[in-house]
Design a protein around this ligand. Structure first.
Ligand code: ADP
Length: 404
């Protein structure tokens, strides 16, 4: 059948070829394909979908028991079982194309959902509920994008719109309803909320296992102590970009401009983390700069950065004289300004044209981190749907259970 679609780029190593062929035969037998089809195949890396049959998977390696021993084989998967793709697919020169990365992520999510639903027709699709309070134009656009992207990735999504005259109790009432609805996997409350409503209170009213924005104290706390948690989408998007571009973070100087709780701070926490030898460990030397960092100090820090990440919302804060040759520059800032002809346009924190010629990799604004961020919300929603994180495995929960 369309078997060839499952197989990818050629692999030269003869030893791996032999293993690949054994592996292929095994997989073909599992799927009841004939060996004749396999024998016509060239050396290959095998697609991640076929590796669902393996009993153990690691970054770039899968292990299969063939009956005559355990075979390890090189694969095109990363540690999350996603396709490990070539960075060149998402680059225009040294410019990172966030839309292409977002499409890759969406397609991976869609494939996984389609397969889950196909294997059990009674299975519903993951569902995301978005609460939008008021009519802030930027929020309306963000929410619309999230809903569109969710549909494109094979999820269902609903937007609950509330007027900005709403009270905190009204929002809590809706959240109570969504928390207890078993057909809702992920809940997002679009920020900012109108004046007089406590964002902290509202974020903490979302059940941690549905908090796909990762804004609740429980998720933040778990993340800080290296427990599995939902990580906010923007930091997650930045990490995904670094991962897909195979940017080495270990031992590097990473400077983050901006210390907001949902963006700058979690990025730094992740980049410095050791995660007990986990493959997702950042192990970088990190520095946070913020509004009280004097300009000359800011420049001294950014000039040392191998990885420079900025999330301040200040256009042209980062100019080429502040950037080290060959640095990786990730621009999260997004500001609407008027150009010299009076037309509105979106710009980041980085003087893009100037810095581009010095950086080894750079994200543009728009079209860089933004689209990836939206895709990461869906990745979290899929995790919530699959119940990948057990929030109730603390010592306190265990003691309570054993007492009852
Ligand atoms: P967001 O939550 O989207 O990151 P905020 O407006 O909350 O945006 O945060 C802006 C961040 O930018 C703050 O952490 C602030 O300290 C930081 N910042 C503001 N001015 C500077 C500056 N000159 N240099 C570095 N960081 C700055």
């Amino acid at each position: 059948m369309a078997l060839r679609r499952h197989f990818h780029s050629l692999h030269q190593n003869r030893c791996v070829l032999a293993l690949a062929m054994r592996m292929t035969q095994y997989l073909l037998q599992q799927r009841k394909y004939t060996i004749d089809q396999a024998s016509t195949m060239k050396p290959m890396l095998i697609d991640s979908k076929l590796f669902r049959h393996c009993f153990r998977k690691e970054q770039g390696r899968a292990f299969v028991n063939t009956g005559s021993g355990t075979w390890a084989i090189k694969t095109n998967m990363d540690s999350n079982n996603n396709m490990d793709r070539s960075p060149s697919e998402v680059l225009d020169g040294n410019v990172i194309n966030g839309k292409v990365i977002a499409d890759q992520i969406k397609n991976e999510i869609k494939d996984e959902i389609d397969e889950l639903v196909k294997s059990d027709p009674k299975q519903r699709r993951p569902h995301l509920s978005v609460v939008l309070v008021g009519s802030d134009p930027a929020s309306v656009i963000y929410v619309r994008n999230k809903a569109r992207t969710a549909a494109a990735a094979g999820m269902t999504c609903d937007i609950l719109r509330m007027p900005d005259t709403v009270t905190q109790e009204d929002i809590l009432g809706e959240l109570k309803h969504l928390n207890s609805d078993k057909t809702v996997d992920g809940i997002l409350v679009q920020l900012p909320l109108p004046k007089g409503i406590s964002e902290r209170f509202i974020c903490d009213a979302v059940l941690p296992e549905k908090d796909v924005d990762g804004f609740s104290v429980l998720n933040i706390g778990r993340f800080c102590v290296d427990e599995q948690a939902f990580i906010p989408a923007t930091p997650l998007g930045v990490l995904e970009i670094l991962k897909r571009l195979r940017v080495e973070t270990q031992g590097k100087n990473a400077v983050v401009c901006g210390r907001s709780k949902n963006v700058g701070l979690p990025i730094v926490l992740h980049l410095q983390a050791s995660r007990n030898g986990d493959l997702s460990a950042g192990n970088a030397t990190t520095t946070i700069c913020h509004r009280h960092t004097p300009p000359d100090q800011l420049k001294a820090y950014t000039q040392k950065a191998d990885i420079l990440i900025t999330a301040t919302g200040i256009p042209r804060l980062i100019t080429s004289d502040m950037v080290k040759d060959g640095a990786v520059v990730i621009d999260i800032g997004i500001t609407r300004i008027r150009d010299s002809k009076g037309k509105y346009k979106l710009v980041g924190d980085v003087d893009f044209e100037g810095v581009k010629s010095k950086a080894s990799l750079i994200t543009p604004v728009p079209g860089g981190v933004g689209p990836v961020t939206v895709a990461m919300v869906l990745k979290n929603t899929l995790m919530a749907y699959k119940k990948e994180i057990d929030f109730y495995q603390t010592a306190a929960h265990r003691m309570t259970r054993s007492n009852s």
